[in-house]
Design a binder for this molecule. Structure first.
Ligand SMILES: [Zn+2]
Ligand SMILES: [Zn+2]
Ligand SMILES: [Zn+2]
Ligand SMILES: [Zn+2]
Length: 276
């Protein structure tokens, strides 16, 4: 076939006369394999290089944030760095296409080198971890919900979106699970007892991907005789893949100790809604 001639580089400059005039110029993308992706990381901070990429007069390269941190002094040879860009390296980094790190779990998206890490933070195929102590299960969220339903029946209540339900828990239990239907989204209500009072946090165990489990909630606490009440809600419930057992620094309801009247049970109600 005449196509042989157009095995040329791009843009057809090298098209030989063998190509018939009427024939469409055939542009073949030549590809190869880069075995050491580490070459595309900044040699200073080891993060994926992204534009702009700078070079010193000796050809050492660094990412833009490293140039700032190094006060524009090349760490290898001390010549100035941070003015001249290495356009070829910039093109190279953009041209390298890599799969999502969750490709093995089913994600089919591909990205320019380094961009896959931004996507990973909101990839719907990220693994979620079973929040029960002594259980090492991890899996896609729907599998985790089923796993939790089948394997851990204690301390779990069910909820129906849009309906308020009681969510009483012993402070010493530290955690209460709510699950929609039999094996729907799993919500963890956690309490953390500190000297001044109790912190209560509500999280959905799910990847932080748009459209996965978009829930909101309203939580309320009332003292034993109902004379003291407080409430807290989030329009967007936090979604986390792995539960933390550290006292939260944000997005919590704080029940001061004097509200507890010495009781060891938190009398709460919760209403979980689907967003939108
Ligand atoms: Zn760097
Ligand atoms: Zn240098
Ligand atoms: Zn992905
Ligand atoms: Zn488990």
């Amino acid at each position: 076939m005449l196509r042989k001639a157009s095995r040329s580089r791009s843009k057809g400059q090298r098209r030989s006369s063998l190509v018939e005039d009427e024939a469409e110029p055939v542009e073949e993308v030549r590809s190869g394999t880069l075995l050491e992706l580490d070459l595309l990381d900044c040699p200073v901070c080891c993060h994926a290089l992204t534009n702009p990429i700078f070079q010193c007069d000796n050809g050492h390269i660094a990412c833009s944030s490293c140039c700032v941190n190094l006060r524009n002094k090349c760490p290898s040879c001390t010549l100035p760095i941070g003015v001249y860009r290495n356009r070829m390296m910039e093109r190279l980094v953009e041209a390298i296409i890599v799969p999502c790190p969750n490709a093995k779990h089913g994600c089919t998206e591909n990205f320019s080198y380094g961009k896959e890490l931004d996507h990973e933070k909101e990839c719907g195929f990220a693994l979620c971890y079973c929040p029960e102590p002594d259980c090492n299960y991890s899996g896609l969220c729907n599998y985790l919900y089923r796993h939790h339903y089948v394997n851990h029946s204690g301390s779990r209540l069910s909820f129906t979106p849009g309906y308020k339900r009681d969510a009483c828990m012993r402070i010493s239990d530290k955690i209460l699970f709510l699950q929609e239907r039999r094996d729907g989204p799993l919500v963890a209500v956690q309490c953390f007892e500190e000297e001044q009072g109790v912190y209560v946090a509500v999280n959905c165990i799910a990847p932080c991907a748009p459209g996965v489990s978009e829930l909101s909630f309203q939580l309320s606490y009332s003292s034993y005789f109902g004379e003291k009440t407080m409430s807290f809600g989030l329009r967007e419930m936090n979604m986390i893949q792995k539960l933390s057992f550290k006292t939260p620094e944000k997005d919590f309801m704080f029940v001061p100790r004097y509200f507890l009247d010495g009781r060891t049970i938190l009398k709460m109600h919760i209403c979980i809604r689907r967003q939108g």
